[in-house]
Design a protein around this ligand. Structure first.
Ligand code: PMT
Length: 221
């Protein structure tokens, strides 16, 4: 219907994990399933937006005429697509669990088992969220995520400020049923104006509805 609130809006969504190659058969990754980010992409589409979904490796598939999907592997790949597509976006929702470090050397051949220990030297990956925060103009609205295990609110607050988010969605691995893999999540919204909203455990589909509702209310549609 023409009255959908996000009609004409372009949204960028990141979802899933990144895989950082060690050699042709091994990687450093994390437990993100992509469920949270895909649910957000679907809800944005339902509210009339056009969506660019940049997804790390997941088992999920979605199709929609107003959806463009980029499947990527590493943090560097995700960063490249995001920095290219963000300038045309009105809204960005950064739910991907991006690796903070990547192996300095990616061996071309499978690394052989030799000594009793092995070391993998890593270097920092690009911080996609911080990079987008740097080039953001006032009409753009960025929603970041914070996945924490301790000092949750404090850490989320400082990520909100450092990465120039308009709003951050905090989830804690201390909460049962929250975070990676589950079909549910328990999130707190922190806005840059200081307002905070705690929510009970809900399905990720419902959490996505709540996040998009916040975006519609706070981003001037
Ligand atoms: O995929 P699911 O199984 O459904 O799980 C959902 C989730 C737990 C992955 C999701 O709800 C979530 O919390 N995503 C963010 C996970 C994370 O990496 O958080 P962080 O606190 O490390 O990062 C803070 C923010 O910076 C995030 O918006 C992240 O996308 C972004 N970031 C981080 C590092 C980096 N190099 N680039 C980034 O853009």
């Amino acid at each position: 219907a023409s009255d959908r609130p996000l009609k004409g809006k372009q949204c960028l969504v990141t979802a899933g994990p990144t895989y950082e190659a060690i050699d042709p058969v091994r990687f450093i990754g994390n437990h993100s399933s992509g469920k949270m980010g895909y649910a957000i992409a679907e809800e944005l589409l339902r509210q009339g937006a056009s969506v660019t979904l940049v997804s790390g490796p997941t088992a999920l598939e979605i199709h929609h005429p107003n959806l463009e999907v980029y499947k990527v592997t590493s943090a560097q790949d995700m960063n490249d697509i995001c920095s290219r597509t963000f300038p045309e976006s009105d809204i960005a929702v950064l739910s991907a669990a991006v690796a903070d470090y990547t192996p300095k050397i990616k061996s071309e051949e499978k690394i052989k088992k030799e000594g009793d220990t092995m070391m993998i030297e890593c270097v920092k990956t690009p911080d996609i969220a911080a990079n987008l925060g740097e080039i953001k103009i006032p009409s753009q609205f960025i929603v970041g995520f914070a996945l924490e295990t301790e000092n949750e609110s404090q850490n989320a607050q400082s990520k909100l400020e450092r990465k120039k988010f308009d709003m951050i969605v905090l989830n804690s691995l201390k909460d049962k049923g929250a975070g990676f893999g589950f079909d549910t999540n328990k999130v707190t919204f922190i806005h840059k104006d200081g307002s905070i909203q705690e929510n009970p455990l809900k399905t990720k589909t419902q959490v996505a509805v709540d996040i998009v509702e916040q975006i519609i209310n706070k981003s001037n549609g």
